[in-house]
Every structure is written in structure tokens, then in C-alpha cells.
Design a protein around this ligand. Sequence first.
Ligand code: GLN
Length: 435
Amino acid sequence: MTLLAPPEPRTAPALAPGAFRTRPAQFERGAPAADDSAVQASWRALSARGEPTGAALMAALEAAGLSADDPRLTATRKAFADAGALEEDSFALPGEEAGLVCAALTGRLAAGDFQAFRGRITNLFHYASGVSGGTVASYIPELAKADPEAFALGCCTIDGQRFELGLREGDAARRFCVQSVMKPMNYALALELAGEATVHAHVGREPSGQGFNEITLNRKGRPHNPMINAGAILTAAMIRPGLAVAERFDLVCRLWRGAAAGDAPGFDEAVYASETAHADRNHALAYFMREHGCFPPEADMHEALELYLRCCAIETDVRRLACAAATLANGGVCPVTERQLISRESVKAVLSLMLSCGMYDFSGEYAFTVGLPAKSGVSGALMIVVPGVAGFALYSPRLGQEGNSERGVEFSRRLVQAFPWHVYAPIVAGPAEPD
Ligand code: GLN
């Protein structure tokens, strides 16, 4: 494989870091469509690329990172799909979609120059593919069958600009189970359904400093946090304990589907069966917690465990997972459907614990060097959130000693060398220029 040009270190960012104000105002739901000057600017941008036709307009939107099936462009697609040459005075964009189209054509989406951004991420991806260390998890027999060379990346900005990369043919579309990457989603759901006070009456917020399946509780006799197995089993116990497990699992799947812009997740039956047959440690954790009175009175330990194991076997791909990460980056609003799925308060809690506890007993090191909220799973899945900017998903089953994807960690390191996205990068960059 030939490597592309090396990534430029610390040059001007392609995406503005920072808060949700990077979202242009016209994308707020119910906001007025683009005004005349924005439409004219869009027309000029389209003309600058050659003869403005309906096909050229759609191609320009795709080049700006908006997928051909983006639901926010349904009316535009319909209006322009078969249109030949467009006239300046008949360049009427469908009202409710005009704001997005104008922003895309004039480089005002989160990734202003989407092609350049994609190119830089592609370079980082190829560098990370050079990592050949690590081994596939084998303690769940079905996971040991994973292809160690598989490597895929998905990216989705907070404006729903998306792309996927694969090292080899078929890698980008590969499906994999989420394993521990389900933990932030279940935690978000528990917060929404049970409230923060109840959730944290039962689960702590402190890194454990130990392995993800260690049989240990904090000084208050609670699991350390929702990102390790003990805490995740308890978190599962707080997702509508009065309902049947199937209904509770359906609530979890609905969240995954919403966060993936309506693409339903799959379920890996073989992994679920394999994991259930080898769940001695998780059973031990659950009994240990029940012995210590950790479960809320209305919760059933066996059901919590079943729900937890089911959620680990949820199947996704980098496209869906990146969209879920972008939903967290976007304050709980799916960037593609613009639906608020998780409250901002809950997202704040989820990201805080992903930052401090999301990478097993490598979390402190990751927070120090990468400085971004992330969550890994033993399948080799990794979700990285750049708040206010984008979400990334990686899949590479080669795991390092702490159980994180080796290539995923290498990509993370390079990402924050290339873009100033470490949570404290602005301090290093110095004071911002006044507007
Ligand atoms: N299903 C796995 C387990 O419970 C999840 C662990 C992980 O991804 N770290 O052991």
C-alpha cells in the first residue's frame, strides 16, 4: 500500500474546534431558510464549478459530504434530479432545505473544505494501518474468529457530512458487534429514563484503575463507573426494570437506530450465544454486586445481566457508529435527522465519563495524550467524540494489553497531532484572534 503525503502537523484546522456555535444558525430547527444573498452566493459557487445543472448541484452537495440519501435533501433531490441546465433566475431551492444547500455550496458546514478534510483523515488512517501489534480478543470464542487485518473508519460531522474508509475491499462495510461501546449508550438511556440522581445513587463516577471486568467496588460499595462491566450491568438494571427484557432491549435498539439516522442496528446471534456460554465473570460480578446490595430494589439481577449481554452483541458498522458518535458530539441531536435523542445534560454526563473512564485502564493515558471522550470495545470497535465538531468510528480487532484497538489508539494520537482537538489544545494555541 502506498502512503499518501504525511499529515501536516498543527496547521490551521479544517474544522473549527469548540462548542455548538460552529453550527450555522440556519440549521436550527424551524429557523428561516437562507436569504437571497446566500442563494446568490450558492449560485456563484455552483457556476464556478462549470455549467450549473441539476446533476452538478447534486454532485456538489455530495462533494461537500452530504450523502445522496440524506433525508434533509429529499425535496432538493426531487426538484433537481432530472433538471438540465439551470438558470440563475430560476435557481429556486426548496425553502426548508435552502439553508443547508447554501451552506454546503459555500463551504459553511462544519468541514468547510470537506475534500481536504477527508484527505487529511485518510492520511491518518493509512498511517494507523501500519500498526501490526496487538491480538484479537479470545475470551469470547466467537470474537476470536474476527479478521485481525480488518480496518475501517467512519466519520460524521455535526452537520451530517459523512464518509467511510476501509483498508481493503469490503472493510468499510464490515459489520461488527459493539461490545463495550454499548456502555455510553446504555448509560445515556438510563440517565434519560431513571434520572441522574437515581443512576448515580447506584453507580460511581470514578475511574477504577483496574481491568474492565475486575471484581471490585468503590468505598461506598458501588461499582466505580458505568463504563466498566460491573457498572454497565447495574446501568442495564436501571433501564425500565418493570418491562420485559425484550422490551427493554428494544428501547436500547431504538436509541441506536435513532443515533444512526434511522439505520437499524443488527444483532450478532453467534456472539450473544458464545458470550452467554462464557459469562462466568459477568455472573460473578452480578452475584457479587447483589450480595453487596448494589441493585435497586425493583431490579432483577438475571434480567439485568441478560440485557447487558444482549446489548454487547448489537451489531453495527463504522457508518452507523460514526453517526452515533456525532450525535453525542452534537449535544444529543442526530446531525442527519436533526432529532434530539438524548438531552444535553445527559450528553454532558456521558462525555465526561467517556473522557475519564472510556478506555479501560488506559483511560488516564488516553485523556492525557488524546484528550477526547472515547469508548472502546473488545471487538475492536472504538468511538471517538470531538464535541461540537464530529464523531469518528474505528474498527480494528487487534487489541493492545489494556483491551483497546491498537490502530484505533494510534489513529487517535495522530488525530490530535493533526487537528487542535485535544480538550486543552486551545491553551497551547494561545489566545484566539478577536473576531
Ligand atoms: N461483553 C464483554 C464482556 O462483558 C464486554 C467487554 C468489553 O468490550 N470490554 O466481557
